[in-house]
Design a protein. Structure first.
Length: 105
């Protein structure tokens, strides 16, 4: 087997492709993490409907206010995840850096 054939077999192996894809994704995530301020990233996971419902629950307004306005009750999504998120908001504050990342990180 020639060196060129071995090299082509290596480049087309599933292990090499998987490792290259994972390495590329990790490098991109690291690069983006360094560019974007942490305070901005803190609210990103919660800026959608789930976070808004959790915010309403944590403020005692019930399962409502899907779009951060007084819209009344909603049945947009199942209640378990917003309820758990509202508990996090009550402990660490709504839409804060500490509520988006674990305290041990």
């Amino acid at each position: 087997m020639t060196p060129k054939t071995r090299f082509l077999l290596l480049l087309t192996s599933a292990w090499f492709i998987t490792t290259a894809a994972l390495g590329t994704r990790l490098a991109f995530a690291y690069n983006q993490q360094r560019k974007v301020p942490h305070q901005i990233l803190a609210t990103v996971p919660f800026e959608q409907e789930t976070g808004n419902i959790a915010f309403a629950l944590s403020q005692g307004k019930g399962f409502s206010n899907l779009f951060r306005q007084n819209t009344g009750p909603t049945a947009w999504i199942p209640p378990v995840y917003p309820f758990l998120l509202s508990l996090i908001f009550r402990v660490f504050g709504p839409f804060t850096l500490s509520s988006s990342s674990p305290p041990f990180s």
